[in-house]
Ligand binder design. Structure first.
Ligand code: SAM
Ligand code: SF4
Length: 343
């Protein structure tokens, strides 16, 4: 059983299953990079266990440099480093420093914050702009259960270190699961606002392990918002152009405070998706919800940025038609690895 899980947890370059867009549109401006599929947590909606297997051949730092150079040359403006857990990559600071030297408009990172106390300042000094932190509960025992062994204390200290280092605006990601942490939504909202952070509540998506949880544990964004109504202005939730699928509502008590909601199950955002992804193994992926993609690992290892630029075009042409394709809810989503593809 464990062997099957291990194989399913790793990405493959599959044949194209998703319907392509009639026109690929302008080149990708926004890219998410899984710098490592390794992680020190095993969140229940992301990994089946702590021993579910890692990719055999991930890109090393010199290959990443070529990949980043190619992304820049292809016209990419926004890069978000993710994983797996990007902060357990031993060379994350030099990686950020190199990315920063390439002059991307926006350089961001998503983390579980377990290593943030140590790394917040060096990352800021290396040129990191923004950070998103995932935190699903403020209860230590629950945190341990949800992450399969993670400790809440260092995560909270890491968030404070990020605030002190000036890594703002800090946005939080909380996956809300019925019967698991949905009783904490209000508490997390108020705690985050107290620190002037931007809490964001995510529907669990039927991606990877999430596919097993959606049936019993999905709380829709509509329900989350209804539960928080007393704290929110009665206004339409609005997105931030080019900055992802979250839609924000302002606080009643202070319109400078906001909360974001991310659908993904009750409503997919494929129609407006402008992202390309790069997996930890060097595969250019047009969609989070399939293993389809173009393998650029050999070019990255050979230092051939020009060839990668061409492959970025090929991968982009495979971008699914978001009016037909409902990525996160498609059947293929259950067998992708969030860690490898870069959630
Ligand atoms: N390890 C880092 C972290 O947890 O922030 C970065 C990688 S993680 C895959 C990126 C985000 O994906 C996290 O906020 C996590 O909560 C979210 N995520 C993972 N699996 C999910 C699922 N099935 N449904 C909704 N969100 C999910
Ligand atoms: Fe690791 Fe992030 Fe996945 Fe949790 S959600 S197991 S922290 S990669």
């Amino acid at each position: 059983m464990e062997r099957i899980e291990a194989r399913r947890a790793l990405p493959m370059v599959g044949s194209l299953k998703a319907p392509r867009r009639a026109e690929p549109g302008p080149p990708p401006r926004s890219v998410r990079v899984s710098v490592t599929d390794r992680c020190d947590f095993a969140c229940t909606y992301c990994r089946p266990s702590r021993s579910d297997g890692y990719a055999e051949k991930r890109l090393m730092t010199p290959a990443w440099r070529t990949m980043f150079e190619a992304l820049r040359r292809a016209g990419v403006e926004r890069v978000r480093l993710t994983g797996g857990e990007p902060l357990i990559h031993p060379e994350i600071v030099p990686i950020v420093s190199y990315l920063s030297s390439l002059g991307f408009e926006d350089l961001a990172l998503t983390t579980n914050a377990s290593q943030l106390t140590r790394l917040a300042r060096p990352l800021r000094e290396a040129g990191l702009g923004r950070i998103n932190v995932s935190i699903d509960t403020l209860d230590p025992a629950r945190f341990r259960a949800l992450t399969r062994g993670g400790e809440l204390g260092p995560v909270l200290a890491g968030i404070d270190a990020a605030i002190e280092a000036g890594l703002g605006p800090i946005k939080l990601n909380t996956v809300v699961l019925r019967g698991v942490n949905d009783d904490e939504v209000e508490r997390i909202l108020l705690w985050a606002w107290e620190k002037r952070l931007v809490p964001r509540f995510l529907e669990v998506m039927p991606i990877a392990e999430g596919a097993k949880l959606v049936g019993d544990h999905l709380v829709t964004a509509t329900e989350m918002r209804a539960r928080l109504a007393a704290h929110l202005l009665p206004e339409e939730a609005v997105g931030e152009t080019g900055l992802g699928p979250a839609k924000y509502v302002r606080a009643r008590r202070d319109p400078g405070l906001r909360v974001g909601f991310i659908t993904g199950t009750s409503d997919t955002f494929c129609a407006t998706c402008d992202r390309l992804r790069v997996s930890s193994t060097g595969v250019l992926r047009p969609c989070l919800a399939t293993d389809d993609g173009v393998d650029a690992a050999a070019d990255a290892r050979a230092g051939d940025a020009s060839s990668i630029v061409e492959k970025i075009g090929e991968a982009w042409a495979m971008k699914p038609d978001g009016t037909i394709w409902k990525g996160c809810t498609e059947e293929t989503a259950a067998s992708v690895s969030m860690r490898a593809i870069g959630g």
